[in-house]
Ligand binder design. Structure first.
Ligand SMILES: [Zn+2]
Length: 488
């Protein structure tokens, strides 16, 4: 028995004009065949499992390349085709195959390709033939298109947001794929289209309850897997939108019923799933009024995890202007400012300009007299056991406010983003983290309170303000009346 594995992941924010280049993938995650480390990454959640199962079950694993980029604008056409054709060439050389499993994010768009994963899987299917079992692990912020659902035999999405379960879901995807290869199960899909665009953090109610509910359904009454596609709210493609995927062992009527029921439940909580958002000053007021600390404030509209530059300065300007003491902001993506900090050296005091560079939504830069606290080469932070590189990084202090500057764009995920740069997060009154939700797993462990704030960054929370042109209408909240229903 022969199984192929590869990874190709990008969450493409189609509203950003900056293309994601081949180099962007190489900087974030690129491993040639067989070179991926033992530990799974956020977008390579199945790699350790396929290796372990190959050893345990005695089948031959042929590894292809693994690529993942930081969320950003649509991929350059040549970049996508280069990576796609590299992996397809590896797959072709590995034929014949009984199965092929992939980590694909699921919201990849390239210039000229609205559904990269559908295009990729179509070519995989054409090469590998109809009998090859294709399994895919996706991020819930994917576009669960009809095409990819028709082409892949097994699709499993992460259930958690923050995505702390990328390894577990990868294990399930690999296990279901192997069982299908052995003829033990016949996976059949039911897909319900909720016709909505929204954000669904699973660490809080009501979404927590719905995730617990779908997990309890699995393994019973021939239900193999239940996934909730949250949608990626900044991807203007025809099939953007929340969808429910139920896979049964050849029990489609039951799957259809469940997908419809869960879909209706998701629709019912579309307005209450996301936490309330403070203004920038409102969040600072609420944090200062709290007797304890640290108060963690998510700067959601400048989240690199949604493709934003991560150099918006709204919080910095207000914290400095208000003379707040014991506040720290991270991460600010500004490679040039990092270079200046390194040039000045730790302990140096100098007039300094940083942030506010990459886009109109970045706001004006900060000019301040700063002290360089720490400079770290090839710095990193952690996320749920995975290591996330942030490039060369520096921390600076101006009055009572500190900032972490990074040179490889990333969202704030682990509290070591601060501690690795010499700032003790537990000793600060306010921690502003540029992230929408992935920060929560780590920062909630030390936070006296977590607040979400809407600044003036690149990712507005009112999706109606974005210039949509391709998404199929009607869809909520762009349209009041919608027609949800089963599409597969
Ligand atoms: Zn995601």
């Amino acid at each position: 028995m022969r199984l192929f594995y590869a990874a190709l992941a990008l969450e493409a924010n189609t509203f950003l004009p900056v293309p994601t280049s081949y180099q962007s993938f190489v900087e974030k995650l690129y491993f040639p065949p067989g070179q991926h480390p033992e530990r799974a990454g956020h977008q390579t959640g199945a790699v350790a499992t396929v290796r372990a199962r190959a050893k345990r079950d005695g089948f031959e694993l042929i590894e292809g390349s693994c690529y993942a980029a930081q969320p950003g604008g649509a991929a350059a056409r040549a970049a996508y085709k280069r990576m796609r054709d590299e992996i397809l060439g590896q797959l072709k050389a590995a034929l014949p195959l009984d199965g092929a499993v992939f980590n694909l994010h699921g919201a990849m768009v390239a210039h000229g390709y609205d559904d990269c994963e559908g295009d990729f899987l179509e070519r995989v299917r054409a090469l590998a033939g109809p009998r090859c079992v294709i399994g895919v692990e996706l991020d819930p912020h994917c576009h669960l298109t009809r095409k990819r659902c028709a082409l892949a035999d097994v699709i499993v999405l992460f259930k958690e947001y923050p995505h702390t379960d990328f390894v577990e879901r990868g294990e399930e995807m690999v296990d279901l794929t192997l069982r299908a290869i052995h003829g033990e199960i016949k996976p059949v899909k039911s897909v319900f289209d909720c016709r909505l665009i929204a954000s669904f953090p699973t660490s809080i109610q009501p979404m927590r309850g719905l995730v617990d509910k779908i997990m309890a359904l699995e393994g019973k009454e021939r239900v193999l897997s239940v996934s909730i596609g949250h949608c990626f709210p900044y991807g203007d493609v025809p099939e953007c939108g929340a969808r429910i995927l139920v896979m049964t062992d050849n029990a489609k009527p039951h799957g259809d019923r469940l997908a419809t029921e869960i879909g209706q439940e998701l629709i019912a909580l579309r307005e209450s799933a996301a936490p309330p958002e403070y203004s920038v000053d409102g969040a600072i007021d609420a944090a200062l009024a709290h007797p304890g600390g640290p108060i963690v404030i998510a700067d959601t509209t400048d989240n690199a995890g949604g493709g934003a530059p991560s150099d918006n300065t709204a919080f910095l300007h207000r914290l400095i202007a208000r003379g707040v003491q014991g506040a720290a902001v991270a991460p600010i993506w500004d490679p040039i400012a990092v270079r200046l900090a390194f040039d000045a050296g730790e302990g140096a005091r100098l007039p300094f300009r940083f942030g506010g560079k990459m886009a109109k939504s970045s706001g004006p830069p900060v000019d301040a007299e700063v002290e360089v606290i720490r400079c770290v080469k090839n710095a990193q932070q952690s996320f749920s056991g995975a290591i996330v590189p942030i490039g060369d990084a520096a921390s600076i202090r101006m009055g009572g406010v500190e900032a972490v500057l990074i040179s490889t764009r990333a969202q704030g995920m682990g509290i070591d983003l601060f501690s690795n740069l010499g700032i003790d997060p537990k000793q600060r009154k306010i921690l502003v983290v540029k992230s929408n939700q992935h920060f929560y797993a780590s920062f909630s462990q030390i936070a006296a309170q977590v607040l979400y704030a809407e600044g003036d960054g690149a990712l507005p929370r009112d999706y109606r303000t974005l210039p949509w042109s391709k998404v199929q209408r009607p869809i909520w909240p762009l349209d009041a009346e919608t027609q949800p229903g089963l599409i597969i």
